[in-house]
Design a protein around this ligand. Structure first.
Ligand code: HEM
Length: 249
């Protein structure tokens, strides 16, 4: 007869079960590939996070100055050399990798839950759900803004009106707000996670202070995004005539 000890699940790994504070550093041999895990972590900052920062704080903030300023910014971006390749390799593929690998990490439920700070692992859960909400939002937003309706690369002068048409529909406006808050939180807290995992910020005091900085970034991103969204609703509609030669300035 088999003994109880031979049928019980064997714990073969010496899991660090007593870690109460801080974030587990990225190490080799922790289940998933070290390289992919590092790449996931890095792409969250560059280029995906850098793009999010630019998109909210620079490009979309120009909407606060009105339709013409916004159209000039869209025109500038649309006329960057090799813009399609820049989008493909600088934005879409890195986001696809970070998101799909992020879902894989989520699905696997990698056993680093106790390494996230604060009891209840709230932050661990929130980091995953904000990623999921941001993913749904990014898919929809890219589809509607880049691939359907008026082609804004060909008609940047219509860009303010195109966004305006969406944010006046309350469910879509709320989806914009949810996507903005989710992406801003995910990125801001992600910077903190990144710096803890890569050993850039170490020590409890330094991490606490840096957390305040990251929270500040979350409020700055969210505030700027909300200000842009509001300005789409408060400015009068731009002239429908594409002849308002914005592109030639
Ligand atoms: C708005 C676009 C996004 C940005 C700017 C972004 C950025 C980041 C950053 C900076 C980190 C911290 C890196 C680290 O943990 O070392 C991170 C972590 C993470 N991201 Fe994203 N992310 C985005 C979208 C997504 C999406 C769509 C998912 C899909 C669920 C996702 C899933 C995750 C997961 C699971 C983690 C935590 C990994 C861990 O705990 O080890 N992210 N993200």
């Amino acid at each position: 007869m088999a003994s109880a000890s031979s049928t019980a699940p064997r714990v073969t790994e010496g899991a660090p079960q007593t870690v109460a504070h801080g974030v587990a550093p990225l190490r080799t041999g922790q289940g998933t590939s070290f390289l992919l895990r590092r790449l996931h972590s890095l792409t969250g900052i560059v280029p995906v996070g850098a793009f999010l920062f630019e998109h909210i704080l620079i490009s979309n903030s120009t909407a606060i100055s009105g339709p013409e300023a916004y159209a000039r910014q869209v025109s500038f971006l649309a006329n960057l050399p090799l813009v399609f390749l820049l989008e493909l390799f600088g934005i879409w593929l890195p986001i696809a990798f970070h998101a799909l690998y992020g879902f894989y990490i989520w699905y696997r439920g990698d056993g680093n839950t106790i390494a996230y700070p604060w009891s209840g692992n709230w932050m661990y859960t929130v980091q995953r759900w904000t990623g999921g909400i941001a993913f749904a939002y990014i898919l929809w937003h890219t589809w509607t803004m880049r691939f359907t309706g008026v082609d804004l690369h060909a008609h940047p002068e219509m860009s303010f009106g195109k966004v305006r048409g969406e944010v006046f529909r309350t469910p879509l406006f709320l989806f914009y707000v949810a996507g903005l808050i989710a992406a801003s939180w995910h990125f801001a807290y992600g910077i903190w996670l990144f710096c803890a995992k890569w050993g850039i910020v170490s020590g409890e005091r330094a991490r606490k202070r840096f957390l305040a900085v990251c929270l500040g970034l979350f409020f700055v991103l969210t505030g700027a995004g909300l200000a842009s969204l509001t300005s789409f609703r408060s400015h009068p509609q731009q002239p429908a005539d594409p002849g308002t030669a914005v592109m030639n300035r």
